[in-house]
Structures are given as structure tokens and as C-alpha cells.
Design a protein around this ligand. Structure first.
Ligand SMILES: [Zn+2]
Length: 123
């Protein structure tokens, strides 16, 4: 079992699907799914992802750091890139849109595609 990844869903082996049923007649078992790549990160599907989250979310949050106060997205940092189509849906015009003030500023297509380009001032 060289490069196969095991689904990390704690209940994966309990779901009755044909692809999980393996082994010789008389000694068949439902088994955790193995894949060369898993579609949902560490999990084979959203059910297994949800099972893990239900079981371990509190431990994970405590381990990585619990949010203890409300976060704020300020006007200075509420800019998102977006675009509008023209009347005939032929050309896009790229803009920065402020989600709080609704102010718009023009963007070039190059600025729109540049993931490092931002006018947000920080966290
Ligand atoms: Zn699974």
C-alpha cells in the first residue's frame, strides 16, 4: 500500500458501499477507503469530513487556538476584487469594491489577476 492515502473519517469503514466491501467470500469486511488522492483533503467525502469535525473540532480548536474576541473587518480592509460585464457580456471592467462603503475604484486586468496586489492596509 505504497502511496495510497487512508480516509481519516472515524466512521468511514461503517458505511455500506460496494467499494468498501473487500476480502474473500466468507471473510469480507467493510474497510476504510484508500485513494491515491482524496477529494476532500484528508477525507473521501463530505460525510467523513463531517464525522471527523463532529468528533474532533473542539479538540482541534483548543489545540490551534480558540478565538476569544470578535474580529472586525474595517473599511480600510473591506476591499474585494470583482468585475462587471458590459451590456453585451463581451467585455469585463475590473473594479475594487469596498464591502462596507460600497465605493468602487477601477482596476486593470493585470491588477485583478495579481494575487499580491491589494489596497487593503493590513489585517
Ligand atoms: Zn471516508
Amino acid at each position: 500500500m505504497s502511496d495510497l492515502k487512508l480516509c481519516q473519517g472515524p466512521e468511514c469503514h461503517t458505511y455500506h458501499t460496494q467499494d468498501r466491501l473487500k476480502g474473500m467470500k466468507g471473510s469480507k469486511t467493510y474497510q476504510t477507503r484508500r485513494r491515491s488522492s482524496l477529494n476532500y483533503g484528508e477525507f473521501c467525502d463530505t460525510r467523513c469530513q463531517y464525522d471527523w469535525l463532529s468528533k474532533y473540532a473542539t479538540q482541534a480548536v483548543n489545540h490551534f487556538g480558540r478565538l476569544k474576541e470578535v474580529k472586525h473587518l474595517t473599511e480600510e480592509n473591506a476591499w474585494t476584487k470583482t468585475y462587471d460585464w458590459d451590456r453585451n457580456y463581451e467585455n469585463r471592467s475590473y473594479i475594487y469594491l469596498n464591502g462596507i462603503t460600497k465605493e468602487q475604484r477601477p482596476l486593470t486586468e493585470e491588477q485583478y489577476r495579481d494575487n499580491n496586489y491589494t489596497i487593503n492596509t493590513g489585517e
